[in-house]
Write a protein that binds this ligand. Structure first.
Ligand SMILES: [Mg+2]
Length: 382
């Protein structure tokens, strides 16, 4: 990380404030908002809720974060989502007031089937932004595990895909979350927002272009391949609906065309349409980049349950109940501790006398960490 700060607080509070700014004008037309733009926290409007009320985006983000305190497992996460959807936990005022159709159906299916891997909807029509809006904690979790050499990028993408699929199982939705993940990682490292977005998307496309089965679906995100051109598009060409492709584009476009936290989220809200979610998606990344201190104090001051939410923004891997074992719930995924593998290979190298084996081990040590794991598999087979 580029600065010593709490990325959980930066990102999640950035998301929550964006969400709350958008709630009163959700579904508003852009023309209407052009005349009376949102410039501050408002109350009421679309829903009968007071100023500072955040919605499902923040509720599910909080629930996802809470589930990660035990380690990543899709069933733990789905259970927390159900606590929100069916028991009003993680709500601003003790009562749920909005939930997307796809999310609602998926969680009801999970509630009865208890299978988090099959409850999400995979139809093409089920590509709303309901998973993208709550994927931030999963992104931060994977980022931190990759940093600590506990996951490879491939594993992180498996997790991001799987966590998305709890509600939104179509590949388009999974790719949106994963592209967001790549941008998220760059935002945490870069000193310039435009560079971060451009580099994140570039890495994302490079990663997915390797898989021919993704080619068709990736075409939906083609406008994001040329970030410079995309950033210069006039706002008439940016759609701000709840369709996942539109929402991701709109959020990134706002980040590319502003240079501080407040402007990023206000730009997102004033595009109209799915205001709260687009501002939440943009706000999470803006919070990560500009930091918690850049979020206007007067907005935090009226945010529902602000202190509780802030207190919840801690690193889940540091929680007492945290376990890496949960990650291995998927049979194809194993926790890979590259540092240990590297040490192991170095020990073999010391004792090894055969020159060919020594050359091979040296070669493996020079290659990236994933190869160590593959080499270990080879050793096991022999
Ligand atoms: Mg919402």
């Amino acid at each position: 990380m580029k600065k010593e700060r709490n990325m959980w607080l930066d990102g999640i509070m950035g998301l929550a404030v964006g969400d709350a700014l958008g709630v009163p004008v959700e579904f508003s037309l852009r023309d209407w908002l052009t005349e009376i733009p949102v410039q501050d926290m408002r109350g009421y409007g679309t829903y009968p809720v007071p100023k500072g009320t955040w919605s499902d985006d923040t509720s599910m983000t909080w629930a996802a974060l809470d589930s990660l305190r035990e380690g990543y497992a899709p069933n733990l996460m789905a259970d927390k989502f159900c606590e929100w959807a069916f028991a009003n936990k993680y709500t601003p005022w003790g009562e749920i007031f909005d939930i997307g159709g796809t999310t609602s159906r998926a969680l009801r299916k999970y509630y009865y089937s208890k299978n988090p891997l099959t409850c999400g909807e995979a139809a093409e029509g089920s590509n709303g932004n309901g998973a993208l809006m709550r994927i931030l904690p999963v992104c931060l979790y994977c980022y931190s595990l990759e940093k600590n050499e506990k996951l490879a990028t491939e594993d992180s993408i498996d997790i991001v895909f799987e966590a998305t699929a709890i509600t939104h199982a179509h590949l388009r939705s999974k790719l949106a979350s994963a592209l967001y993940y790549f941008v998220c990682c760059e935002v945490l490292e870069a000193y310039d927002m435009k560079t971060a977005v451009a580099d994140g998307l570039k890495k994302g496309f490079e990663f997915f272009d390797k898989t021919p089965e993704y080619a068709e679906e990736l075409k939906n995100y083609d406008r994001l391949r040329d970030v410079e051109n995309f950033a210069d598009l006039p706002h008439e060409q940016i759609q701000s609906t709840g369709y996942v492709v539109h929402s991701l584009e709109a959020a990134l476009w706002c980040l590319l065309n502003t240079n501080n936290y407040a402007d990023s989220v206000l730009e997102a809200v004033n595009l109209g349409g799915d205001t709260d979610t687009i501002a939440a998606i943009a706000g999470g990344l803006a919070g990560l980049f500009y930091g918690y201190d850049a979020i206007p104090k007067e907005w935090l001051g009226v945010l529902a349950r602000c202190k509780e939410l802030e207190a919840a923004c801690t690193d889940p891997t540091k929680a007492e109940e945290h376990s890496y074992e949960y990650i291995s719930i998927m049979p194809k995924r194993r926790l890979r501790n590259y540092t240990k593998i590297k040490q192991f290979l170095e020990t073999i190298l010391e004792k090894e006398t055969d020159i060919n084996t020594k050359t091979l081990i040296n070669y493996m040590l020079q290659k990236n960490e994933r190869n160590y794991a593959e080499y270990l598999e080879m050793l096991k087979d022999e």
